[in-house]
Design a protein around this ligand. Structure first.
Ligand SMILES: [Zn+2]
Length: 388
């Protein structure tokens, strides 16, 4: 028997097809524009947070308040106009100079704002909008992409994104304070560590890689699962940090290595703590080789290396665990021993590669003890755009 076809239907003519294609193209363009708007929004949000980080990094180590006094040029004390204080745009508008005294504003400030913008936007691209494509073994939600997320928010993935973005964002602040020659304040360490250790108690899935592949009670364990993963991560990170610190010349930076890697472990779990430790060791060798090549006696602060390693690890997590012998979800106690040995050897190699300060610099320092004599001496930047 033939199916009944309604008489009202007729095959589309060439004009209908053209109109249909034009509509489809318009809808696609609207979707691309909406997706681009999401990226621009996240970049702007990150740049504003970067601007706030500049204020924190400048004021907190100097014992100044965050909100008062209002932003003013540290040289001429002229208050900064609101329009000159816009992240990135303010620096470009002023062409890198204070409006009143025309002294240069450090380019570090727009760079930190741009870095924070790229962090919040780039991590969204790699983790949030991709459906967790960077996370080893993560099951993506049914619909991925910026538009789907706005339409149907996937809360577990959103939480993971904010959690990982905070890990990197606050670590940049700690590293910048260390790079300025200050010891990162205890309160800032505590806030960063608490934000890493407490949320997994409520949402254990913030640690996507389990402590052990054969941990039978894993799914049912709840808060205990989160606590175990945080503790194991912190311990493995601290162990890796100790192995790096043993060979580290600068005593004052050893604690930063241990705390920094322990914190990364609390956020990401013990396997990722070992992976970050290996990356930090590789970066230490790279930085020391560059210093030797360019005959610079400059020492990259240890916390900068940990930050660089975490910035590589989070977006490339899944790629890294596919490398042979990399500490991944299947790693066992042997990975701890191998990482400890590799990190210790790498740190010792890096320290040997760093060229010693020239005798001239040593003499100059002896004659002028209160003046900075080498590029290694911290120079807190002078920034009218953010300083209070
Ligand atoms: Zn000024």
């Amino acid at each position: 028997m033939l199916p009944i076809v309604p008489h009202a239907w007729s095959p589309p003519g060439p004009l209908d097809l053209q109109a249909g294609e034009a509509l489809r193209r318009r809808a696609r363009l609207q979707m691309v524009l909406a997706e681009a708007a999401a990226y621009v929004y996240l970049f702007a949000f990150g740049a504003i947070l970067g601007s706030f980080l500049n204020v924190v990094v400048y004021r907190i180590p100097r014992g100044m308040g965050l909100l008062r006094p209002a932003s003013r040029c540290p040289c001429c004390q002229t208050p900064i106009r609101l329009s000159d204080n816009l992240p990135l745009l303010g620096w470009v508008k002023l062409r890198g100079r204070c409006r009143a005294c025309h002294l240069p504003i450090s380019p570090r400030y727009p760079l930190v704002e741009a870095l924070s913008g790229i962090l919040w936007m780039g991590l969204a691209m790699a983790e949030l909008f991709s459906g967790g494509a960077n996370l080893p073994g993560y099951t993506p939600p049914r619909n991925v992409g910026a538009l789907w997320l706005m339409w149907q928010p996937h809360w577990p993935l959103l939480r993971l994104y904010v959690y990982h973005a905070l890990l990197l964002y606050l670590l940049v602040g700690l590293a910048l304070i260390a790079a300025d020659g200050f010891r990162p304040p205890r309160t800032m360490w505590l806030i960063w560590l608490a934000l890493g250790a407490l949320p997994p108690l409520a949402w254990p899935e913030l640690h996507p890689v389990p402590v052990s592949a054969s941990f039978a009670a894993w799914e049912a364990a709840g808060a205990a699962r989160g606590a175990l993963s945080v503790l194991a991560g912190g311990a493995a990170g601290a162990m890796g940090g100790c192995c790096l610190a043993l060979a580290w010349q600068h005593r004052s930076q050893r604690a930063d290595l241990v705390l920094g890697l322990a914190g990364v472990g609390a956020y990401l779990g013990w396997q990722a703590a070992l992976g970050t430790c290996l990356l930090a060791a590789a970066l230490a060798i790279l930085a020391a080789s560059l210093a030797r090549l360019l005959s610079m006696a400059r020492h990259v602060p240890s916390l900068m290396l940990v930050t660089g390693a975490a910035f590589i690890h989070v977006p490339c997590w899944r790629l890294l665990v596919e490398l042979p012998a990399w500490p991944g979800p299947q790693a066992g106690p042997l990975a701890l021993a191998i990482t400890a040995a590799v990190a210790g050897a790498a740190a010792a190699t890096a320290q040997m590669l760093i060229p010693p300060p020239s005798p001239y610099a040593a003499t100059a320092r002896a004659h002028a003890p209160h003046e900075p004599t080498s590029s290694a001496d911290p120079q807190p930047p002078n920034n009218p755009a953010v300083d209070g």
